[in-house]
Write a protein that binds this ligand. Structure first.
Ligand SMILES: Nc1nc2c(c(=O)[nH]1)N[C@H]1C(S)=C(S)[C@@H](COP(=O)(O)O)O[C@H]1N2
Ligand SMILES: [Mo]
Length: 454
């Protein structure tokens, strides 16, 4: 199954194509079984009736063909399963899910150390990104740092500069919160035109985890920070890239910024900055400094290399926009999405993700006709502050070409823009902060393609 960007191949009938358990079990009976199932189960829906009772009860729908005989018990229903010790003490996904992987984009970067791997959004459910599938962005490679040797320094406009060990940090009152992290360069290659085939490559520099750690304001207070005159904090990483970013005190004072050691119930993964990273909810990924080793309080922005020459937005009039770290409201349909293939006309669950750096998602509308008509999607709650939000909507495909889009609105009332609107303000030569509405074209043969409407 080739999803590499270079080949331009489409993915045939991807695993996890539909998410309901009842459907998945039938999927394991092979392609013909899947097709028959969808035809049987959703023919009624296509005609406008309710979902068949068999589906609602989770009963398998009888299918044609000898290998679909459920009375013919398979080996795993008769024999002895594997013992507990054989899983090595840390579980792994089923071998049948081995195509669900982070992927690099061939040719995008010259080295694997200053590079990025994209999360397989098309294969994920709910809002949490499994830690092993969290996207990666390294400027100088990743490290597995010995936590007993790692230190965090708080200095600058403080009474006493302080150095914390990890053990000391883990004794302090902690918070656990779900937040999305999006690289400012997510969707960057699509500014001028369609460039990549799948949602993994258009939107996969996006992940959401439950992070655990200590609010930065607590650490500043412990060091006796001058909170009247201190206006900005410099965050510095311990890897060779010397990643340094300015964080305004306005974000820190709210209590939202924290120093995290936990991710999805366990310690951070090395790729995500083990043993310590900054969590800056709503702000582009680059400010979430990994391998965090120093925080310095100052009274003006630091204009470091990572904000004075990178991470600026080129505007149509030739000027650059600086310190534009906010990730504005955005959404994307993850199924059906580029590279997937609809098996037949009939019922589909259209699903996707919405998020906003300004807070909670209020509403997501979905169009299947390129933005002429919109319907409100079902939002899966609880809707959390600056976290991914899952939406679903029923759709009966009539077999004709369709253009599927989602448009999110956040709690401030901000509406996700079209490409036309965004380019009107930002031009086409930016790299960062492309939050335009994504369009997927469903072709008559069921193949789904990345398109842009002019
Ligand atoms: N120390 C350090 N922190 C870093 C980086 C880095 O290269 N080194 N990359 C930044 C960028 S650009 C992003 S998008 C996120 C990526 O975090 P992830 O690899 O956990 O997805 O980390 C940020 N923090
Ligand atoms: Mo990034």
């Amino acid at each position: 199954m080739d999803q590499s960007m270079g080949s331009g191949k489409l993915i045939k009938a991807p695993e996890n194509f539909l998410s309901q358990d009842g459907i998945k079990s039938v999927f394991s009976e092979g392609k013909k079984g899947r097709r028959d199932f969808i035809r049987n189960a959703f023919a009624a829906a296509a005609a406008g009736a309710a979902v068949p009772a068999a589906l609602a009860q989770g009963n398998p729908v009888p299918t044609e063909g000898g290998d679909a005989n459920i009375l013919n018990l398979p080996e795993h229903s008769k024999g002895l399963g594997q013992g507990v010790a054989l899983n090595d003490g840390y579980g792994k996904p089923s071998k049948f899910e081995s195509n669900v992987q982070r992927r690099v984009s061939p040719g995008l970067t010259q080295t694997t150390q200053a590079s990025v791997s994209f999360a397989p959004l098309q294969s994920l459910f709910g809002i949490v990104t499994p830690s092993g599938l969290h996207f990666e962005r390294h400027h100088q490679g990743w490290w597995d740092i010995d936590p007993s040797k790692h230190r965090l320094m708080i200095n600058g406009m403080v009474k006493t500069a302080k150095v914390f060990t990890l053990d000391e940090l883990m004794r302090l009152p902690s918070v656990s919160r779900f937040h999305f992290m999006e690289c400012g360069a997510n969707t960057a290659v699509e500014w001028g035109n369609v460039a990549v085939p799948t949602v993994q490559y258009t939107h996969g520099m996006l992940s959401c985890s439950e992070f655990t750690g200590v609010p930065l304001i607590t650490l500043l207070e412990m060091a006796g920070a001058d909170l009247k005159n201190g206006k900005f904090v410099l965050a510095e990483g311990a890897d060779g890239s010397s990643m340094t970013r300015t964080i305004p005190m306005s974000l820190i004072n709210s209590g939202e910024v924290f120093v995290a050691y936990g991710q999805n119930g366990e310690m951070l993964r090395p790729e995500q900055g083990y043993p310590l990273r900054l969590v800056v909810p709503g702000i582009q990924g680059v400010s979430w400094v990994k391998y965090l080793r120093r925080l310095e309080l100052g009274d003006k922005p630091y204009a470091t290399k990572d904000e004075a020459s990178h991470y600026m937005d080129l505007l149509p009039d030739g000027q650059h926009r600086q310190y534009s770290g906010l990730q504005e409201c955005k959404s994307v349909v993850t199924t059906p999405s580029g590279g997937q293939v609809l098996l037949d006309k009939g019922f589909y669950n259209v699903t996707g993700l919405a998020w906003s750096g300004k807070g909670r998602i209020k509403k997501v509308d979905v169009s299947v006709d390129g933005g002429r008509n919109w319907r409100a999607a079902r939002i899966e709650g609880p809707v959390q502050n600056k976290a991914l939000t899952r939406f679903n909507i029923d759709w009966v495909w009539d077999g004709k070409p369709a253009i599927i889009q989602s448009r999110a609105v956040d709690e401030t009332g901000y509406v996700q823009p079209t490409y036309q609107q965004l380019r009107g303000v930002r031009g086409t030569r930016s790299i960062y902060h492309n939050n335009a509405i994504q369009s997927w074209l469903v072709q008559e043969n069921g193949e789904v393609k990345n398109v842009q409407l002019s």
